[in-house]
Write a protein that binds this ligand. Structure first.
Ligand code: NAD
Length: 260
């Protein structure tokens, strides 16, 4: 039961972050949403979560590539809710290209959003968590935090970095009630992956459905997508008392991807 706790989920206006935010709200947590998107749609999502789960929500449009905006977001959460008890570092972007052709500004953006933002939110969330002697930090890494794929150099580097950062955070908080762990999903059908499906459909002249099967067959033995709800249930478990000695793990939920 997470009643009275506040969860900040970065990148929660879409996909996995939204699924995790909904699961944490279902367990009773108030939610600070973050991410880009249409203001009316974001307001509707908040309203829906507030009504369905009887929790409070707020929203920050902070850009996770900008330290000053992250600081403002954390200050906003502190003034609205007292502090952040559960921090989910989820915001992330992808870009697919060979190293020689990789746009330098895309590399910088991926490292900033997928890795450095977690350093900023974590350093700003820890003092309050230590003071409460309770906290949960959950980093959305990826199977690409454990193994690599060609054409995804920046993403793989950032996610391996995030897994490393997770372990250091877990060690620095090991004697406290604060835990830090990473979740490593395989393919989840969100806008981030739909773009890869679309690119494949166009490249190979196949349908959307065929492109999904083709993408999954390459990497994910179950040939089924992981869902945001399943990832949300794992996040809720990491927040439970039963998980209080799970520290510094990188837990894959990947349809068997990394077992190969
Ligand atoms: P998505 O594109 O559906 O959602 C990304 C979210 O991040 C959105 O809310 C977007 O507004 C937000 N965002 C993007 N750039 C931002 C920025 N600069 N500042 C603030 N918010 C920003 O993607 P998703 O598939 O739900 O991915 C969520 C996380 O899960 C990412 O870290 C991704 O790497 C990871 N992941 C996804 C998959 C997958 O198959 N979809 C697999 C493994 C890991």
């Amino acid at each position: 039961n997470l009643e009275g706790k506040t969860a900040l989920v970065t990148g929660s206006t879409s996909g996995i972050g939204l699924g995790i935010a909904r699961s944490l709200a279902a367990a009773g947590a108030n939610i600070v949403f973050n991410g880009f998107g249409d203001a009316t749609e974001i307001a509707a999502v908040r309203q829906q979560v507030e009504n369905e789960f009887t929790v409070k929500t707020s929203y920050s449009g902070a850009d996770m590539s900008k330290a000053a905006e992250i600081e403002a977001m954390m200050q906003q959460a502190a003034s609205e809710f007292g502090g952040v008890d559960i921090l989910v570092n989820n915001a992330g972007i992808q870009y697919v290209s060979s190293i020689e052709d990789f746009p330098v500004e895309k590399w910088d953006a991926i490292i900033a959003i997928n890795l450095t933002s977690a350093f900023h939110t974590t350093r700003l969330a820890l003092p309050y968590m230590r003071q409460q002697n309770w906290g949960r930090i959950i980093n959305l890494a990826s199977v690409h935090g454990l193994v690599a794929s060609a054409q995804k150099s920046a993403y793989v580097a950032a996610k391996h970095g995030l897994v490393g950062f997770t372990k250091t955070t877990a060690l620095e908080t090991a004697t406290t009630g604060v835990t830090c762990n990473a979740i490593c999903p395989g393919f989840v059908l969100t806008p981030l992956v739909q773009k890869q499906v679309d690119d494949r459909a166009a490249r190979d002249g196949i349908s959307n459905e065929e492109a999904k099967v083709s993408l999954l067959s390459e990497k994910q033995p179950s040939r089924e997508f992981v869902t945001p709800d399943q990832l949300g249930a794992l996040a809720v478990f990491f927040c439970s008392e039963a998980a209080s000695q799970i520290r510094g793990v990188a837990w894959n939920m990947d349809g068997g991807w990394v077992a190969q």
